[in-house]
Design a protein around this ligand. Structure first.
Ligand SMILES: [Ca+2]
Length: 282
């Protein structure tokens, strides 16, 4: 399961203009580090991850470690301009954290005196990143894909072993999602998303959206307001929502997803289809 967050595109500073417009010409690790550090202050100092480590050995059953690089060029949005995927470590609150950064050259000029290209950033975040995750590129037209090997705990293995799985990601409508060459065509009647308590003050709510876009939100506890609220979802957003439900193969997903910590909320997504069947995923 992929989690991705889209960072706000940031205007490069004048001192980094030339570096930011030269993804095609990148040849050395130093140039890549300068590109990343020039892109945003919170990446400084940035170090490249060298895949020839224990992390690679942990997932060697599902990845050819020789195919993994600290940075890889590709065309993720299919616009004919070269993008770059960088795998490294950036500063964190304490110490560093691993970061997988995608810089896209969309080719749109910013209102900037030098007329340089516009870059967008996706900083992909995953649970337990350090436990074994490696990205590499799958070349495909029109959009190259990111393959992502990760080590997961095998709950069916009584010996407590881990297994290695591979996710394949595609840049679709502005974010990376799991690649699906044959999306489903289910007609959705409604979806419901509800949360439980956490160890803290997480908002507990129940939200329902029907196929016409009528939405209701029940603010149960720890919401800024309390009560029941209704609204209408924008038509484009609604179509996008149904598209995602089909694209993500919700019907084929596993019955339960969980993390190792017990202080988080449980979130339950229920999709009800026009034929009366429903899928329920905590
Ligand atoms: Ca591109």
């Amino acid at each position: 399961m992929l989690l991705a967050c889209q960072g706000e595109p940031k205007l490069p500073t004048s001192s980094s203009q030339e570096q930011l417009s030269r993804i095609d010409s990148l040849q050395t690790d130093t140039q890549v580090i300068r590109l990343v550090e020039g892109y945003a202050e919170h990446y400084r100092p940035f170090t490249l991850y060298q895949p020839d480590t224990a992390l690679c050995r942990g997932v060697k059953s599902c990845v050819d470690c020789r195919a993994v690089r600290s940075w890889m060029k590709a065309d993720f949005d299919g616009n004919g301009r070269t993008d770059v995927l960088v795998f490294g470590e950036k500063p964190f609150i304490v110490g560093t954290e691993k970061a997988l950064i995608c810089l896209l050259d969309s080719g749109k000029a910013l209102p900037h005196p030098m007329g340089i290209g516009k870059y967008s950033e996706w900083h992909l975040g995953f649970d337990n990143f350090a436990e074994g995750m490696l990205p590499w590129i799958i070349e495909q037209k029109p959009k190259d894909l990111i393959a992502f090997a990760r080590k997961v705990y095998d709950s069916e293995d009584t010996a407590g072993n881990y297994r290695c799985i591979v996710d394949t990601l595609i840049l679709d409508k502005g974010r990376f999602i799991e690649y699906n060459p044959a999306p489903g065509r289910y007609s959705v009647k409604s979806i419901q998303f509800e949360t439980t308590h956490c160890y803290g003050s997480c908002p507990v709510f129940k939200m329902t959206i029907d196929y016409k876009g009528k939405a209701s939100y029940e603010a149960l506890e720890y919401n800024r307001l309390s009560g029941r609220f209704t609204g209408l979802i924008d038509k484009d957003d609604l179509q996008e929502l149904w598209y995602i439900v089909n694209y993500l193969k919700f019907r084929q997903m596993g019955g339960r997803y969980e993390v190792g910590e017990t202080d988080h909320q449980t979130a339950v997504l229920t999709v009800t289809y026009e034929d009366g069947t429903a899928d329920y995923r905590p």
